[in-house]
Structure formats: C-alpha cells, structure tokens
Design a protein around this ligand. Structure first.
Ligand code: ZN
Length: 279
C-alpha cells in the first residue's frame, strides 16, 4: 500500500502520520509549508515528490500562482525547490496536477513514475503504465473502514494499491481515519506499506528481472537486466533459486532465512553457479 498526499497541505497532521511508523509520499508544489515540517518528513524517510511548481493543467491554465512559462519549467522548478528547501537528494516520481494526462509524455523525460487518477491496482509483472499509475481516490468524509476494505481487497489479490488523498481535516479525509487504516494494514502482518518510489522500484525491478536475459559462461549463468530510465539507486528485489550460489560483482550473496536472496538492482547483473534460477 502506498499512501500519497497531494498539494502539501498535510503539515499540521504530519506528526500523526509519522507516529504510525510508515513511510508515505507527499506530492508538493512551491507553496508547501512550513519548510521545517517538510524537511523533517524527508529526513524521516518519507518521499517528497513532484506535483509541479504551480499546479497547472498541461495547457498552462488554472495555475496556483503564475505559470512558469513551460511544462518543463513547472517540473524543474518544483524539483529544484524540493531539493533546496527540504534537503532532498533526488526526486524520483511525480503526480500530474488535476490528473491531467497531458503531462504524461514529459514526465518520461524526468521521472521514473507518474501517478494518475484512474481507479485500479497494480499487480506483479503486469502492464500498468508507469506514467499513469492507477489509484484509489479516498473520498472526502471517508471512514477508516472504507479504506480498510480497499486494503483487504488489494491484499487478497496480491496487488499494490496507491491511495490518493488531499486535505486531512474535516473538509477531506480526517487524519484520524487515515491513521486508523494504517494501523489496520499493519495489523494484518504481511502488508508492505511504503512510499510510491520504494514499492514502485520493487514492482519495476521485479519486471526487469522477469525480462532478464540469461547466458552461459562455463558452468555459470549470467543474468542481465536493464532498469527503466530515471530509476532510483540502491534498490533490491528478493529472488529464490532452486540451488547454486549467487554472486554480484564477485561477492557471494547470503541466503536470507526467509528463503530468498536480496539482489541489488544497480549492477544490472547476477551470476548463478552452477544451475538455473527460478524467478
Ligand atoms: Zn493537486
């Protein structure tokens, strides 16, 4: 589950969200304040992501403030602001203002993922468009139970549900209801709740390995994959094998007691000695 919050209005409720111990994603514009809260949110491991500088439609209209003059500038000003104001090293994902799909093509030149606003879930190795990912838009006034039902359904299907919310006060989805739903997800014991970039990197990394090419080198099998453009660094996927030894960069990987190896995605390759792996 990824909880995503748009427009940078959630600062008054940040401590409540933080107290749950889960990482979430905030899609912010240049007016996100106060800087101290958002800086802390980033430091706590939450994702601060691009919602453009002035929240315009892709035709440059209906901005909050003055249009930067181009969609490129709208993206880049927002990314620069997130980095300089909040001390974030990189911005990996975006969400189009108003869910306007007119942003999608440009998003490919700068980001790894773009969240859309159409209802749906994402499954392992499915063909969801990474530049128009589906969501469950939590309706204003929703109870925790409504969110819980979506969590339960996504869990039963083994899928990734991205939640979209805006205001967390009486006009939107009350923060207490959001927090209660996070506690519900945590209580299930096997639900991964994390930022969009973190779960998205697993989803895309898993697909990269599923589409990897294998070649033989003596008794070794060399598995190679290609990561998508603008993919975050330092990400891993879990892999199971029927036998043999796994190596990356000459280093033997240790088997995790949970029954898997943690494979680093950055190297783009893996060596299996002596037999084939099961993905
Ligand atoms: Zn918005």
């Amino acid at each position: 589950m990824s909880y995503t919050f748009d427009d940078g209005t959630q600062a008054p409720y940040y401590q409540q969200l933080h107290a749950t111990g889960v990482r979430v994603t905030f899609f912010v514009n240049l007016n996100a304040s106060p800087v101290s809260t958002w800086t802390q949110a980033a430091r706590d491991g939450n994702e601060l992501a691009n919602h453009t500088a002035h929240h315009c439609f892709a035709n440059g209209k209906s901005c909050v403030g003055t249009y930067a003059g181009s969609l490129e500038a709208e993206y880049d000003l927002c990314t620069a602001y997130i980095k300089t104001a909040f001390g974030v090293s990189d911005v990996w994902t975006t969400a189009s203002p108003y869910g306007d799909t007119g942003w999608d093509n440009l998003a490919k030149t700068r980001f790894f993922l773009n969240r859309g606003v159409w209802p749906g879930r994402i499954a392992p190795n499915d063909n969801a468009d990474p530049y128009n990912l589906p969501i469950y838009g939590v309706p204003d006034g929703a109870s925790a139970g409504m969110i819980d039902a979506q969590i339960d359904a996504a869990r039963a299907a083994g899928t990734w549900q991205i939640f979209l919310m805006h205001l967390l006060d009486d006009r939107g989805v009350k923060a207490s209801e959001v927090v209660a739903s996070i506690h519900h997800a945590k209580s299930l014991g096997d639900v991964w709740i994390d930022s969009m970039v973190n779960i998205g990197a697993y989803w895309a990394g898993q697909k990269a390995l599923a589409n990897a090419t294998s070649t033989q080198s003596g008794t070794d099998t060399i598995v190679k994959w290609t990561l998508p453009a603008h993919f975050p660094t330092g990400k891993y996927v879990r892999v199971t094998v029927t036998g043999g030894t796994l190596k990356q960069g000459g280093r033997v990987l240790s088997w995790n007691g949970g029954g898997y190896y943690e494979v680093a995605l950055d190297p783009g390759s893996l060596t299996i000695s002596p037999n084939a792996m099961q993905r």
